[in-house]
Design a protein around this ligand. Structure first.
Ligand code: ARG
Ligand code: ASP
Length: 729
């Protein structure tokens, strides 16, 4: 449990803003810095506890410096990048910084054999050379407002559909109260498992151009081997620019558009970082589940993760075997491999971390205390919560696992079956929307399919099919058959399907889809792969998904009550609403950690480590001649550390998750000192159980970014448009 034990700054707390103030006074003693870290806080509500904690940790910022709707504030420099990652504005001309892995798709889309920007990097010499990215958006948060009371007005005695109806009406009313400008959108979003509601007003800019990217040997240095690991040596950054119309408003791409003039942009600090420095990460974390009961964590560690890990492991092993023996397959499968390996590796680290920190036992102990207080205080409405969880999670575990198997095998790993699933949707378009819609969809489908087949190898896929379908069948089939027999069965089935199906090549797919419509569906339904795929698609829609959601709805309802109950039962505990892809702030310090007994990891890595890891020609650890030369000449410009070494990455105690990639890391004054991109292996459990002892986020040092732009790429015009500062010097 995290009790606040603060003694400083008590005078500055407004008592009304901080419900725990009384308690702080009572427990006044040494500030416990560890217990002030963790949490993803709502930027419009920093006054009071968060502002105070940040200042104790070293911040010189006020809540209003960070979030203000009446004057420019730091939040005006932060955007959600293309729906998933985060980016930040670092110049008065709309220059934005995000991760290389966030810009990867865009960089890839501009690449060709002649201009291979993934391999060689890309640097636009001037504005006219910056590359547009159709469909890309960045989203600004104009304001966030807690509207819980308004949403719940008149709902007190209601349940079920009636409750939904009134809440929906309240939502619409709240949205209408806000005067939206032409380009703004308003949504009411649920926080804290449905206990809180916020009105969030956003604004999208749609003309986003690629400005610069280092080669993958820098931006993705260490690739999958180093992913989720420290020490790390990756320069995971890329640069884009927001364009606006002549009035600085959002506009679709046009040659007439001009660089966006931001309300605020982040100065870039060249001071560097030292252990213990204050850090603030501001971005769009996707999802956390910090308040699950022990039974849920137990299920993740002992039931759900192991099978998902095993399925991916089997698939990755087959891909790896082919990638090693065939250059073409290596290129075709590199991105798919990285995608599947990313969470495979995360789940392993997560389970280990949860086990090593005794997360289940700790939660159990908390629950014993929870129950004790509930009983003592006669909180009857919470009396059976934990027992109900135990019951519900039994069923939930089964339906989740069944759905996980389907998702991993049919959707994520066997490409041919994923294709049949998409074709199944296409068939529904014909049934539900008629011929014209079908024809349209079919054309886009074929276009997309071209890209798919470019990177498709039926032999690799057939082997994955045989292995994963065997595993799926072994888990759920009722037929009695020996292990060997079952393996043989799926091997033969795979051979038959991949031989007979037309869907293993683009020409085959085209020959089916380009008949007249009646024929198309008939032909499709004759296809061996489609027949199998269709039965699995139907299983998903008719069986697995409904069962999952029926069970999940019950769990969600209980979790809503549990979350509320915990806040009542443990009023001194710090509570933040779980991440939900909205703008949040987290803070901590630059800090090393002890991954295991007798080992201490330093918080900063250097270019020396890049050279140490260098494997000539390797797809993960190659180092370009240019970078080696800069290293050997110590040609680091003004960007070296006080020890004359070139810093690369650093770690801190900031509580981050997927979606925080590309988030700015700010110093005590709000200057950019780093760029968030990952977490450490031992701490990936932070999605369920943040622990300041071992959870670390990984950031690129701002000085490495400047060094690469300036000394490596020679793109000094980009440095010139930034504002470099060094407040410590
Ligand atoms: N682990 C980081 C995140 O979850 C980085 C992923 C990109 N890198 C990779 N090798 N797949 O997004
Ligand atoms: N790498 C993640 C991202 O892309 C960040 C994380 O999970 O720590 O958002």
């Amino acid at each position: 449990m995290k009790f606040l034990k603060l003694f400083l700054f008590i005078a500055v707390i407004s008592l009304s803003a901080c419900k725990t103030a009384q308690n702080i006074v009572e427990q006044a003693q040494e500030p416990n810095l560890k217990e002030m870290q963790g949490g993803m806080w709502v930027p419009s509500e920093l006054e009071g506890m968060n502002e105070m904690e940040m200042q104790i940790l070293g911040s010189k910022l006020s809540a209003k410096d960070i979030y203000d709707t009446d004057a420019p504030s730091i939040k005006d420099a932060i955007v959600q990048f293309n729906g998933g990652c985060t980016a930040e504005i670092i110049s008065g001309q709309g220059l934005i910084l995000t991760n290389h892995h966030c810009g990867y798709g865009a960089i890839q889309s501009h690449s060709s054999v002649e201009n291979d920007y993934l391999t060689d990097g890309f640097w636009a010499k001037d504005l006219s050379k910056e590359l547009p990215n159709p469909g890309m958006v960045v989203t600004f948060v104009v304001s966030m407002e807690n509207v819980t009371e308004q949403i719940l007005t008149g709902t007190e005695s209601l349940m079920g559909p009636e409750l939904e109806k009134v809440m929906q009406a309240n939502r619409e009313k709240v949205k209408k109260q806000y005067n939206l400008s032409r380009d703004q959108k308003a949504v009411v979003k649920s926080f804290d498992h449905g206990n809180q509601f916020y009105l969030i007003v956003t604004e999208d800019y749609k003309d986003i151009r690629l400005v610069g990217a280092p080669p993958s040997s820098i931006g993705k240095f260490g690739a999958d081997t180093d992913n989720w690991m420290w020490p790390r040596h990756s320069g995971d950054f890329s640069l884009f620019r927001i364009y606006a119309d002549k009035n600085n408003n959002p506009a679709e791409y046009s040659e007439d558009n001009v660089p966006y003039k931001p309300k605020h942009f982040l100065p870039v600090s060249t001071d560097g970082v030292a252990e213990g420095d204050f850090t603030l990460v501001f971005g769009f974390p996707g999802r956390t589940d910090e308040y699950l009961p022990a039974v849920a964590i137990d299920q993740i560690v002992n039931k759900l993760n192991p099978d998902k890990i095993a399925l991916r492991e089997a698939s990755l092993a087959i891909m790896d075997k082919y990638m090693r023996s065939d250059e073409k397959i290596k290129i075709q499968y590199a991105s798919k491999f990285a995608g599947i390996a990313n969470y495979w590796k995360k789940w392993i680290g997560e389970s280990q971390g949860l086990t090593q920190t005794n997360a289940i036992e700790k939660k159990r102990a908390q629950e014993v205390e929870f129950q004790k207080i509930v009983n003592e205080e006669g909180l009857v409405e919470y009396q059976n919560l934990l027992a109900d969880f135990d019951k519900l999670y039994q069923e939930y575990g089964e339906v989740t696992q069944a759905r996980d198997y389907w998702i991993e095998v049919i959707y994520r790993n066997v490409e041919l079956l994923n294709l049949t699933f998409q074709l199944y949707q296409l068939e529904r378009v014909f049934e539900q929307k008629g011929q014209e819609a079908f024809d349209q969809e079919k054309t886009t489908f074929l276009k997309r399919a071209k890209g798919f087949y470019k990177n498709y190898n039926p032999q690799v896929d057939q082997e994955i099919f045989a292995k994963l379908m065997y595993m799926y069948d072994a888990k759920y089939a009722t037929t009695k058959i020996s292990e060997q027999g079952r393996k043989e069965k799926w091997k033969n089935e795979a051979a038959k399907i991949y031989k007979n199906s037309k869907l293993t090549t683009y020409e085959g797919l085209e020959s089916i889809l380009n008949g007249n419509n009646k024929n198309v569906l008939q032909e499709l339904n004759k296809d061996a792969a489609y027949q199998l795929g269709e039965s699995y698609a139907e299983k998903f829609y008719n069986e697995l998904n409904p069962a999952y959601y029926t069970s999940k709805d019950k769990i969600d309802a209980l979790q809503k009550t549990y979350s509320k109950a915990m806040q009542e039962v443990f009023p001194n505990r710090r509570f933040f609403p779980d991440a939900n892809s909205t703008l949040r702030l987290t803070y901590g310090q630059v800090k090393g950690y002890e991954p295991r007994d007798g080992v201490y990891y330093m918080p900063v890595s250097y270019l020396d480590g890049v050279i140490e890891k260098y494997v000539p020609g390797d797809y993960e650890f190659d180092v370009s001649e240019k970078l080696q030369e800069l290293y050997h000449k110590k040609d680091f410009g003004n960007y070296a550390d006080t020890n004359a070494k070139m810093p690369v990455d650093f770690i801190g105690t900031n509580h981050t998750t997927g979606g925080n990639s590309g988030s700015p890391v700010l110093d005590a004054y709000g200057n950019l000192i780093g760029l968030n991109f990952d977490r450490v292996w031992e701490g990936t459990m932070s999605d369920y159980n943040y622990d300041a002892d071992i959870c670390r986020n990984i950031m690129v040092d701002a000085r490495y970014i400047l060094f690469i732009i300036d000394k490596y790429a020679g793109a000094t015009h980009l440095i010139d448009e930034m504002t470099l500062v060094n407040p410590k010097k």
